[in-house]
Ligand binder design. Structure first.
Ligand SMILES: *Cc1c(COP(=O)(O)O)cnc(C)c1O
Length: 452
């Protein structure tokens, strides 16, 4: 085994120089070295968006081993809302590490877990009595939400939607819509998972929210039947599926139908939750109150934690021992979550997400006016995307999307793509990014479009 001389630990966090700085090509020599080791040591199925070797991150930048400083417009997929290595998170985690690292909550409980549950019950939509259960990943929490809904309703079927993304475990792969790369060759998938049509304003011919909901409800009633249906699960704004914001009225109509038919309505807010959309949770924009809400990504400043929160009578229906997991609700992740939630509050990051959204939407709409290849600009708060199309036909242009993303990466901007058709560039900056970096990053994307 060879040990590569990596630079001494660099301190990250918001005190890192907030600048785009390229001192080598991307990837530089040290990053290339790591990529070569990765290819030899890591399973090929574990891909990467940028071929870099990260040594520090914070505020709105990611620094690589070659000394390049990249603008972060991805937040590690909507995770580091409070920025990497936020001092409050570092302090809370350090204190917890020094106290104890693990007991397993279901063996010998500790306060952090309970405090996170209390906070989630308080912050999530609805004034009803709630309970929470904590897990490690988004997919694990989605699985548990389905488990709980089935146990409560004594029914089995679950409906997910076109373009949905719910994770990579067996059940959540089944709930996920897109074949490549998420599902192909990994079946068979779990039974009793059904799919209904989404409201996708840019591509469904102007159906309004109520009409789109009526279409989905007819599919559900004709193909499954409410008497067999345990739960509807939906992302209030779809993430991997293309940042699709359903038409107004779509979500409320589904909730209304679910409530009237003994079906548990599950909001998967793994990507949209925690200030990202300019509200604590995206459900708030439509005034809906989900029966269960699934959270993860933005919850703990980068530490692995997820949760299911919801109506006490549903959550409490599962017997003791039916829910849990060795690491679920790790004390370290809980300490991070409490500090993270405090940071969203203390630094006014919900309002900041709205301001970031105004900058993103303003600049991207201006680009769109001059460039018909941008078919759509959409999103809420700091969760915004452009959909790239053939201006003549409206057909998705994945090749253009990849060229623009590649240009951005090579010029020091981390952007992510998404969408069923691979033709969406999404913007998910940390809420601690400065306007200067944000505008610089968008300028590079604009250059990329010009060059592509
Ligand atoms: C990322 C994501 C998941 C899966 O979360 P993991 O932590 O990767 O398992 C589930 N649902 C949505 C909406 C997501 O964006």
């Amino acid at each position: 085994m060879t040990l590569v001389d990596t630079p001494a630990t660099t301190t990250g966090g918001p005190s890192l120089a907030q600048e785009r700085r390229l001192v080598t090509a991307i990837p530089g020599p040290r990053s290339q070295e790591l990529m070569a080791r990765k290819a030899e040591a890591v399973a090929a199925g574990v891909g990467h968006t940028l071929p870099i070797s990260v040594v520090a991150a914070g505020g709105g930048v990611v620094v690589d081993a070659d000394g390049n400083s990249l603008i972060d417009l991805g937040s590690g997929i909507a995770v580091t809302g409070v920025g990497n290595s936020h001092p409050r998170v570092v302090e809370a985690v350090t204190a917890q590490l020094n106290a104890f690292t693990h007991t397993c909550f279901t063996v010998s409980p500790y306060e952090g877990y309970v405090a996170v549950a209390e906070k989630l019950n308080e912050l999530t939509p609805g004034d009803h009595v709630k309970r929470s259960a904590l897990f490690n990943s988004g997919a694990e929490a989605v699985e548990n939400a389905v488990k709980i809904a089935r146990h409560f309703t004594k029914k089995q079927a679950v409906v997910a939607f076109d373009h949905a993304y719910h994770g990579r475990t067996n059940l959540t792969m089944g709930l996920t819509a897109k074949n490549i790369p998420y599902k192909s060759g990994f079946g068979p998938f779990a039974p009793e998972v059904y799919r209904a049509s989404l409201s996708y304003p840019f591509r469904d011919g102007g159906l309004d929210g109520r009409e789109a909901a009526a279409r989905a409800i007819t599919q559900i009633e004709k193909q499954i039947g409410a008497e067999n249906l345990a739960a509807i699960i939906i992302e209030p704004i779809q993430g991997e599926g293309g940042f699709i914001v359903p038409a107004a009225g779509f979500l409320p109509a589904l909730v209304e139908w679910a409530n009237a038919n003994g079906v548990v309505f599950i909001a998967d807010e793994v990507q949209t939750g925690f200030a990202r959309t300019g509200a604590w949770f995206a459900s708030e924009h439509e005034g809906i109150v989900p029966d269960l809400i699934v959270t993860a990504k933005g919850i703990a400043g980068g530490l692995p934690l997820s949760a299911v929160t919801g109506r006490a009578e549903i959550m409490d229906s599962a017997h003791a021992g039916g829910l849990g997991g060795t690491y679920a609700g790790s004390p370290i992740a809980c300490a991070a979550a409490l500090a993270t939630i405090e940071t969203y509050e203390h630094e006014g990051l919900i309002a900041r997400a709205r301001d970031i959204g105004a900058v993103l939407i303003g600049r991207l709409n201006a680009l769109r006016t001059a460039d018909p290849r941008i078919g759509d600009v959409r999103g809420r708060g700091a969760m915004v995307a452009i959909e790239l199309v053939d201006p003549e036909t409206g057909a998705p242009d994945a090749a253009l999307t990849n060229r623009v993303a590649k240009y951005a990466h090579e010029h020091g901007v981390i952007v992510l793509t998404c969408g069923t058709y691979g033709n969406v560039i999404r913007f998910l900056p940390p809420l601690t990014i400065s306007d200067e970096l944000l505008v610089d990053g968008l300028g590079v994307v604009a250059e990329g479009l010009k060059n592509a």
